[in-house]
Design a binder for this molecule. Sequence first.
Ligand SMILES: Nc1ncnc2c1ncn2[C@@H]1O[C@H](COP(=O)(O)OP(=O)(O)OP(=O)(O)O)[C@@H](O)[C@H]1O
Ligand SMILES: N[C@@H](CCO)C(=O)O
Length: 316
Amino acid sequence: MSVFTTVTPDEASAWLSQYAIGKLVELNGISSGIENTNYFLTTTHGRYVLTLFEKLTHAELPYFLNLMDHLARHGVPCPQPVANIADSLLASLNGKPASIVSCLSGQSLETPGIAHCAQVGETLADIHLAGKTFPIQRSNPRGAAWWKATAQQVAPFLDAEAARLLNDELRFQALHRLQDLPRGVVHADLFRDNVLFDGERLGGVIDFYFACHDVWLYDVAIAVNDWCVSGDGALDEAHMLALLGAYHAVRPFTPIERGAWPVMLRAAALRFWVSRLHDLHFPRPGELTHAKDPGQFERILRQRVAAQSQLQRVWV
Ligand SMILES: Nc1ncnc2c1ncn2[C@@H]1O[C@H](COP(=O)(O)OP(=O)(O)OP(=O)(O)O)[C@@H](O)[C@H]1O
Ligand SMILES: N[C@@H](CCO)C(=O)O
């Protein structure tokens, strides 16, 4: 249940006087999501999502809200933050930083098809291109330095085989830091639960709270590792080619990106294996136990290591 901070209809009504979006009609808590408190908020002007941020601070949030504002202005289907009458995208409600964003249509998919993967690839390329003029840069808090430090914390919980895989991959990635790859704004968490589909049409991308400035191809690899896999973590080639092909049609991959593809898939698998291990073994105090299975990304990493040379050949 992801209403960590309760907002009553009376509190929401009073708070809405800071906005020019009409009067409260309905307020419904959203049960999915594990980071923030989210409500569907219906007013006399329309339907919105109200978020109370449980961990991100007033200092951190302008990056994300301004980024969504920037992308939405460029036509990317993502939540459009609503400014209040003081012209701020960020306010406070019940002691938490809070914002209102537009409500997108659709539901997330568990088993996407080829056409869905293509739309994800196209939209990810749109995000990368539209992000080129975003003036703020945020370094990746889950980058290589974080993997290394966090791997040391989680290693004692691993059996010998998994510990060896983790060590080997950290060493491999350290030897393959590809500084010349094109970079810019990345979503950095474009999993299936962060894309809404309205029937067959992509309704929007949500949850930009890991967004940062990093390698674009890494962002593509994160998406492929979640959208284009079968149960054992192996890549579904048709899904992958659909995603890559649609991305490439909007922002063509460079030769150096083609060469870096297998390394990026491994890096993206390592990042989520480590973060899931960390969330499992070091839950934050008071956190609900929603830890996702680290084993899935251990399997994905093993698959990508085994398929390294074959992946070099699979390309759009
Ligand atoms: N702008 C939006 N439009 C429509 N639905 C939204 C929007 N934002 C969030 N939702 C709905 O709320 C749910 C929870 O949102 P979200 O995934 O951002 O949760 P969270 O707790 O903030 O993050 P996390 O995914 O990390 O748990 C989504 O699955 C989606 O159904
Ligand atoms: N998408 C991440 C969760 C953090 O948003 C995962 O599946 O591990």
